[in-house]
Design a protein around this ligand. Structure first.
Ligand SMILES: CC(C)(COP(=O)(O)OP(=O)(O)OC[C@H]1O[C@@H](n2cnc3c(N)ncnc32)[C@H](O)[C@@H]1OP(=O)(O)O)[C@@H](O)C(=O)NCCC(=O)NCCS
Length: 159
C-alpha cells in the first residue's frame, strides 16, 4: 500500500516518484545558491538508499520535499526545501515528521544534517524538531559574494 502522511493546509506527504525530478530541482533552486541538476534528483528518486518525501496539494502539485540518505544505522538529511509561496506553514515540519515516522522501519537510529549558521528559519525548524548542534564546519557554504558561511552539524536520535 502507498505510504501517506497528512500535512497542514490540505497537503499530504508521500514518497517521491522519478517523474518528480524536474519539480524538485526547481524548488531546490529557490532555496540554495548552488542548485542541483534534475538528473541528480532523478537518480536519488530511483535509488532505494535515498528516500524522498514530497508534499503535494489536492491537485498533486509539489509544495516541498525532503531528501534523505540512509547508510547503515545513520540517516542524513541531504536537503529539504519548500516552495517560497508555501513557506512558514509548517510544511517543513510535516516533511521531517513523515521522515522520522518512516525511518522507524529502517536500520537508521540517528539523523544528521548540515545547515548554514546564517539560515535562521531552518535552524529554528530543526531545533524545534529535536536536533542539537554537535559540531561546526567553518568555510563550508560558498556565498555569492565569494565569502563562505559556517555550517552547523546537527543530530537527533530516531525512535
Ligand atoms: C527551511 C525550510 C525548508 C522551512 O520550511 P517551512 O515549511 O517554511 O518550515 P516551517 O513552517 O515548519 O518552520 C519554519 C520556521 O522558521 C521560521 N522562520 C521563517 N522565516 C524565518 C526567518 N527569516 N528568520 C527566523 N525564522 C524564520 C518560521 O516562523 C517557522 O518557525 P515557527 O513555526 O516556530 O514560527 C524553508 O524555509 C526553505 O525551503 N528554505 C530554503 C531551503 C533551505 O534553507 N533548506 C534548509 C537547508 S539545510
Amino acid at each position: 500500500m502507498m505510504k501517506l502522511w497528512m500535512a497542514p493546509a490540505g497537503l499530504h506527504i508521500e514518497p517521491g516518484q522519478t517523474r518528480d525530478a524536474r519539480d524538485l530541482a526547481r524548488i531546490h533552486a529557490t532555496g540554495f545558491y548552488r542548485g542541483w541538476p534534475e538528473a541528480e534528483f532523478a537518480s536519488f528518486l530511483s535509488e532505494p538508499g535515498t528516500p524522498v518525501y514530497v508534499a503535494r496539494d489536492a491537485k498533486r502539485r509539489i509544495a516541498g520535499f525532503a531528501l534523505i540518505r540512509i547508510a547503515a544505522d545513520e540517516a542524513e538529511l541531504l536537503t529539504i526545501a519548500v516552495d517560497p509561496k508555501w513557506r512558514g506553514r509548517k510544511i517543513g515540519q510535516a516533511l521531517l515528521r513523515a521522515a522520522f515516522d518512516d525511518l522507524l522501519m529502517s536500520p537508521a537510529r540517528r539523523m544528521f544534517l548540515e545547515v548554514s549558521e546564517e539560515n535562521a528559519a531552518a535552524i529554528k525548524l530543526y531545533t524545534r524538531e529535536g536536533f542539537s548542534t554537535i559540531s561546526r564546519r567553518q568555510g563550508y557554504y560558498p556565498k555569492p559574494d565569494g565569502s563562505a558561511a559556517t555550517a552547523l552539524v546537527m543530530a537527533r536520535d530516531l525512535g
